[in-house]
Ligand binder design. Structure first.
Ligand SMILES: O=P(O)(O)O[C@H]1O[C@H](CO)[C@@H](O)[C@H]1O
Ligand SMILES: O=c1cc[nH]c(=O)[nH]1
Length: 235
């Protein structure tokens, strides 16, 4: 069986799947961290892989950028491939002034300027939150390792280029620590399928200081976040 966007056999994915936005980050993760890896899908070059990490089956698949793309792939993974734990491993822009490039952020909840979740919730505002058990598992591991991780609310935007100074001040005033483009949609989609979802991010840009990592670093420079996430998932 295949779907319109995934050309993998039905049993091709593990129950746990990492979801980077960048399909080349998915390839990097598969080649760097997984053993016995197979590329299971490549429709539109949205690469997906399944292998093992420390003996446990794990998949990793790109989602593309933005909620429509991320929700499309995560829906097919849950509905047709039985994926039950979806962990976005993405990049983000720092809103919280104390965050530095390459810092790790875990999103316990995601506000959004997107209308997507309202469409699935009769026009009401859905509270897009990480799965408590998955969040707890990863935070327990983070605490155990004494890893330097910021946990907070993020903002999932439809518009990468929509950060005027007034909006930055508003986000800061509301306690939001970082901006990205998928988590709010992923959290709502996972809730619909009774799956678990979490978002772990690495700061690639600072909206405060105007510092930026380059594309190569965003593709293959997030090893600390990936390793921490994988270790937490198999712990
Ligand atoms: O690096 P990824 O995981 O794609 O995440 C972030 O980067 C993209 C924008 O450059 C958006 O998808 C945003 O959420
Ligand atoms: O959505 C994003 C992702 C990375 N950096 C940003 O500034 N925004």
């Amino acid at each position: 069986m295949t779907t319109p966007h995934i050309n993998a056999p039905r049993d091709a994915f593990a129950a746990t799947c990492l979801l980077p936005g960048d399909p080349l980050r998915a390839k990097f993760i598969a080649e760097t961290f997984l053993e016995d890896v197979t590329c299971v899908t490549s429709v539109r070059n949205m690469l997906g892989f399944t292998g093992h990490y420390k003996g446990q089956p794990i998949s990793v698949m790109g989602t593309g950028m933005g909620m429509p793309s991320c929700v499309l792939y995560s829906t097919e993974l849950m509905e047709f491939y039985g994926v039950q734990r979806l962990v976005r491993v993405g990049s983000c822009g720092a809103v919280e002034p104390s965050l530095r490039l390459n810092d790790i952020v875990i999103a316990h909840a995601a506000s959004t300027d997107s209308n997507m979740n309202r469409k699935h919730f009769a026009g009401m505002d859905y509270s897009a939150a990480a799965s408590p058990r998955l969040l707890q598992r990863v935070l327990n591991y983070v605490d155990q390792q004494k890893a330097n991780v910021a946990v907070g609310q993020i903002f999932s935007t439809d518009n990468f280029y929509s950060a005027p100074v007034e909006q930055l001040k508003l986000l800061q005033a509301m306690g939001i620590i970082a901006v990205e483009m998928e988590a709010a949609g992923l959290y709502a989609a996972a809730a619909k399928y009774k799956a678990q979802a979490l978002t772990v991010l690495t700061v690639s840009d600072s909206l405060v200081t105007d510092e930026h990592l380059d594309a190569a670093a965003r593709e293959a420079g997030f090893s600390q976040m990936i390793e921490l996430t994988l270790d937490a998932l198999v712990s």
